[in-house]
Design a protein around this ligand. Sequence first.
Ligand SMILES: Nc1ncnc2c1ncn2[C@@H]1O[C@H](COP(=O)(O)OP(=O)(O)OP(=O)(O)O)[C@@H](O)[C@H]1O
Ligand SMILES: [Mg+2]
Length: 320
Amino acid sequence: MEEILKIEHLKKYFVKKSLFSSKTSTVKATDDVSFTVKKGEVFVLAGESGSGKSTIAKLILKSIEADSGKIIFEGQEIKNDSKSLEKIRMNCQMIHQDPYDSINPRMKIADIVSEPLEIHKIGNPESRKKRVIEVLQEVKLEPADEIMKKYPHMLSGGQRQRVVLARALSIKPKIILADEPVSMLDVSIRAEMLELMHELQKKYEISFIYITHDLATARYFGQRIGILYLGKIVEMGLIDDVLLKPRHPYTQALIDAISEPDPENLNRTKKIRIKDSEGTAEEGCKFQPRCPYSIEKCKVEPELKSINESQSFACYVDLD
Ligand SMILES: Nc1ncnc2c1ncn2[C@@H]1O[C@H](COP(=O)(O)OP(=O)(O)OP(=O)(O)O)[C@@H](O)[C@H]1O
Ligand SMILES: [Mg+2]
């Protein structure tokens, strides 16, 4: 599979000012992150809240500026010139966790779905209307000619998220960045939405960056995964290798935290109990303060090292 997107050494630090003093603190939201996404694959970014998942999505879409690092789309670096920005925004669409984040409640569904076509000046009013109907049918919002006349509040949460998917698909993007797209939906309709994304992803060979903290849906939808901890990828590889044979203690802890154990994983005897967070490490591995296996050497940051073609992890202790 050919590479469509390459992220190289991406960094974004936020400086936070204290409300009560002149003190500032730095949050390393994205700290030297590199990964690739192949054509037609689903790459999962997983990690707990605050690990930097959404920041990476914003950096890719250039809605925020990186401190350093490169974003390479189809072999060309995306810089800040208008041509580069148009290229990434034409080819890369975003689905947010909350449909209300991305759709205007005062706009009719037809206008919401055709907005990207208008922004990118694709087609004419007639061809845009045709595309809206086509794409509403693709996401199984039917009858499309009735749905398109409605406003978002007239639809259910699940239907609204389908509208967001239809909007993203309208300009036939090559990559969809889906940031927790099902986490706000009722459990009963989560599976339907994931199935729909899976079906359309296969049909049109769209690459996805699927952002989640839910490893069960990650495994259903994804092919490769990067596990983020405080802005760093600590483990990466084929989804089954990483989730069935995790090598980094943090990945293991995330798996062990799933309340309903995966039957295939039941035999994993080495359950890991992480410590409550006691702040972040000044230097070295960021997981150190919570890691039960931490050793002196962890004061020097471990590099991501490959154990085979499909899996790498950043830890001195190998729990295999
Ligand atoms: N604009 C900002 N200003 C200051 N700090 C920020 C900003 N955006 C994000 N951060 C901080 O960067 C870190 C990463 O945030 P981010 O939203 O990327 O995490 P996340 O993994 O998407 O979390 P969640 O699962 O809760 O959505 C957090 O500590 C967050 O507080
Ligand atoms: Mg987020």
